[in-house]
Design a protein around this ligand. Structure first.
Ligand code: ZN
Length: 288
């Protein structure tokens, strides 16, 4: 989805462009202004949505006053959490100080309730040793998701990691053995143990741990600028931490390790600590 331009500012900038064209023959600066006339974005402005934008590499981008990294190709990204109720001011500033702004208000969504029975008592009421392990796991995951690399693979679109029926969606309120727990943030695909899992986008393997307490075999792949994929409950990995992976490359195998009732793939997307809906990420189309 490409959003409409901010008309008033566009008009103002057109005038600037005309006057610039009259006083100078520098095509570079005319282009800079021309490119400022619109904000090019793809992705859904919804709770759980990831937005990918393109501008000139030398422009600066901010969201509610916070700087957003722009790649050397002009790509940038940000996302909205499950219950995000804020409005955002996206501002693009060119080197000569011209600004374009756009207000983004993520559309509200409603989430379903999913009841899951038959979780082992050892998982539902973990012993102190398991609690400590789970805490360590979560620290490792948080650290990996803080990585802000300059990779720009997030801007090249995503593919589903496996071909499979979707059995669980993002945002569902989960009730385990009758006890309400945290919402589910992944997209669950049905699969058999050993089924190949592909990298949804190219990137670098940030983490592979075969036996996390809740999530079992857990892999995190960095796609750049804080965007990462996480796979849970894996039975095997074919890559290791630090490896570079290509979109579509088989990186792991489906499993049922950790808190899983059966073999399936749970795929998650993050923008730093913001949990994004992978189903919406699949709709992000590359901008050129
Ligand atoms: Zn899941």
């Amino acid at each position: 989805m490409v959003n409409p331009i901010n008309n008033t500012l566009a008009k103002t900038l057109s005038k600037t462009l005309i006057s610039l064209a009259l006083i100078t023959s520098f095509t570079a600066s005319s282009e800079a202004v021309a490119a400022q006339e619109q904000i090019a974005l793809t992705g859904e402005i919804k709770q759980g949505g990831l937005l990918v934008g393109k501008t000139l590499a030398q422009n600066t981008v901010s969201l509610n006053g916070k700087a957003i990294t722009v790649s050397k190709f002009g790509d940038y990204t940000f996302g909205f959490s499950r219950d995000d109720k804020q409005s955002y001011q996206l501002v693009i500033t060119s080197v000569n100080g011209d600004r374009v702004e756009k207000t983004l208000t993520p559309e509200k969504r409603s989430y379903n309730i999913q009841r899951i029975e038959g979780i082992k008592k050892s998982i539902m009421q973990p012993n102190p040793k398991s609690v400590a392990r789970a805490r360590q796991d979560s620290k490792q995951v948080k650290t990996a998701r803080k990585v802000a690399s300059s990779l720009n693979y997030f801007a090249q679109g995503f593919i589903p990691p496996i071909e499979g029926t979707i059995t669980g969606v993002y945002g569902s309120q989960r009730v385990y053995n009758g006890v309400p727990k945290n919402p589910h943030f992944g997209l669950d695909y049905a699969g058999n143990t050993g089924d190949p899992v592909k990298a949804p986008a190219s990137g670098t393997v940030l983490l592979w741990v075969p036996d996390m307490f809740y999530s079992g075999g857990t892999m995190i792949i960095d796609h750049g600028h804080g965007v990462s994929s996480t796979f849970l409950h894996l039975s095997n990995s074919y890559v290791k931490q630090g490896d570079t992976v290509e979109q579509g490359q088989v990186v792991a195998a489906v499993g049922k390790s950790g808190r899983a009732t059966g073999p399936h793939l749970d795929w998650r997307i993050n923008w730093f600590n913001v949990k994004i809906d992978p189903a919406l990420v699949l709709k992000v189309k590359p901008l050129h």
